[in-house]
Design a protein around this ligand. Sequence first.
Ligand SMILES: Nc1ncnc2c1ncn2[C@@H]1O[C@H](COP(=O)(O)OP(=O)(O)O)[C@@H](O)[C@H]1O
Ligand SMILES: CC(C)(COP(=O)(O)O)[C@@H](O)C(=O)NCCC(=O)O
Ligand SMILES: [K+]
Length: 249
Amino acid sequence: MLSLQLDVGNTATKWRLMDRGRRVNGGRCSLDAESLDRLASLSPDELWVASVASDQVEAQLCRDFQRHGLKPEFVRAANECAGVRNSYAEPGKMGVDRWLAMLGAYRAHPGGVVVVDAGTAATIDLVAPDGRHIGGYILPGFRLMCSSLTGSTGRVRYDNAAEVSLRPGRQTADCVEGAAWLALVSAVSGAIEQYTVAEGVVPDVVLTGGDAQVIAGLAGSRAAGWSIVEELVLDGLQLAVQAKGSGGG
Ligand SMILES: Nc1ncnc2c1ncn2[C@@H]1O[C@H](COP(=O)(O)OP(=O)(O)O)[C@@H](O)[C@H]1O
Ligand SMILES: CC(C)(COP(=O)(O)O)[C@@H](O)C(=O)NCCC(=O)O
Ligand SMILES: [K+]
């Protein structure tokens, strides 16, 4: 039984092929017809999709896969699944990537966890020891922070490589990019502080997304004990699919 799993983000699509719960292969890809042809040629028996793309992109994805006789099953955020309870009054409005990352992280950290997905947007979600979603944060990711400055000002311009550092900058590139990294690292620290005040315990921290490694690296000794899980959203997808199969979530 081959199961193809897709995590469609706003920058990249992550995919992996599972054979009865065991990972066979995976990677990053785009959503052009050629890439989808390649995925379809893996001949999966089922296709599970976690997407935060627009309705139009999802409709195109369906058309492209249907040409190969494949029907994508779209997973959405729910009220409750795998021990996690959503705080949203309308769970369907939460990005499914956040929801699935929480399911994956809580399964590995049942004592409670702060989940960071550092992608196009950076999201930080707090899951209490009892599985309650305390709440979360959505902020622009690294590239978005930098491009919003160069795109909306007349003179914030640079083309030299910036240092990857939290040190105060002395040229535009370092000032802009250093600030974006500082904002992301500080947001994670601030969220951990919020969690600690609310729950009275210091949470475990799990990061995923294209910028997870850099953020953890820049956090230095504060990141001792943080874990990076590249396929966290897909791990959560696996749990959501299993719960469906057993009649839950
Ligand atoms: N090759 C790359 N292309 C685009 N972004 C990249 C790349 N490598 C690292 N990144 C970083 O990853 C972030 C996007 O992360 P990703 O997890 O792919 O996003 P999403 O889940 O939103 O599709 C960007 O903010 C960027 O800083
Ligand atoms: C916040 C997001 C854009 C993150 O997407 P990503 O950066 O991973 O592509 C996505 O989870 C989303 O579209 N959320 C909908 C709004 C919400 O979660 O409340
Ligand atoms: K994200």
